[in-house]
Design a protein around this ligand. Structure first.
Ligand code: AMP
Length: 218
């Protein structure tokens, strides 16, 4: 049965690292909304210009713009057997839109749809954000404290330069937590009511969280 996995949790809760690993484990595409939006910005498109304004302020990019990008991505062939959706939906409106997109793509086909909530105390996360670096080429995520690269400033995987995301500063980080609390946190109740939600304790080493994650998604 087709597996459709979505993930909830505050910024820098470790979702990106874990879901990337999970995508490899299942052989599904890892669809990272933030990364798709940053690629749109890099392309210089009109949509990219609009997205940039919201991302820089730590706010959600308009629902239709993100929805169109996600819909186009989920329609691609590599999503046929399943996908890992990281960073979408992020509001009730987006969750409703995802229902419509799924209906359009899946028709009457039964699918295994699950949401996993990364439960973690947000106090430790701002420090994680300011120490986060990512590879400019392959997107691999590092942390100067908990997962430093072997060679300073270079990606362990592909050797390209590591960069700090423009929105990974303290001020924007606080705005992103505000947005999360107002817009995204209500989805926990939403998916709980639909009986598709599992919660995992996301405070721990990468290996510890991985073990907990596998137990709820396999
Ligand atoms: P992330 O890479 O997941 O931390 O996302 C970075 C930024 O991209 C967020 O702060 C938002 O401005 C934007 N973004 C990512 N996902 C979404 C989404 N589902 N809806 C709207 N904006 C998003």
């Amino acid at each position: 049965m087709k597996k459709e996995l979505i993930f909830l949790g505050p910024p820098a809760c470790g979702k990106g690292t874990q879901t990337e690993k999970l995508a490899k484990y299942f052989g599904f595409p890892h669809i990272d909304t933030g990364r798709l939006l940053r690629a749109e910005i890099a392309s210089g498109s009109e949509n990219g210009k609009i997205a940039q304004k919201f991302i820089d302020k730590g706010q959600l990019v308009p629902v239709q713009l993100v929805g169109d990008i996600i819909k186009a991505r989920l329609k691609q062939d590599d999503c046929k057997n399943g996908f890992i959706l990281d960073g979408y939906p992020r509001s009730l409106e987006q969750a409703e839109m995802l229902e419509g997109i799924k209906k359009e793509i899946n028709g009457d086909e039964e699918v295994d749809f699950r949401a996993t909530y990364f439960d973690i105390d947000t106090h430790i996360l701002v420090e994680r954000i300011v120490n986060r670096r990512s590879c400019s080429k392959c997107g691999e995520i590092f942390n100067l404290k908990s997962k430093p690269p072997k060679i300073e400033g270079k990606c362990d995987k592909c050797g390209a330069d590591l960069v700090q995301r423009k929105d990974d500063n303290e001020e924007t980080a606080y705005a992103r937590f505000e947005t999360y609390n107002h817009e995204t946190a209500p989805l926990i109740e939403y998916y709980k009511n639909k009986k598709v939600l599992s919660s995992i304790n996301a405070d721990g080493t990468i290996d510890e969280v991985w073990e907990r994650l596998l137990k709820v998604v396999e």
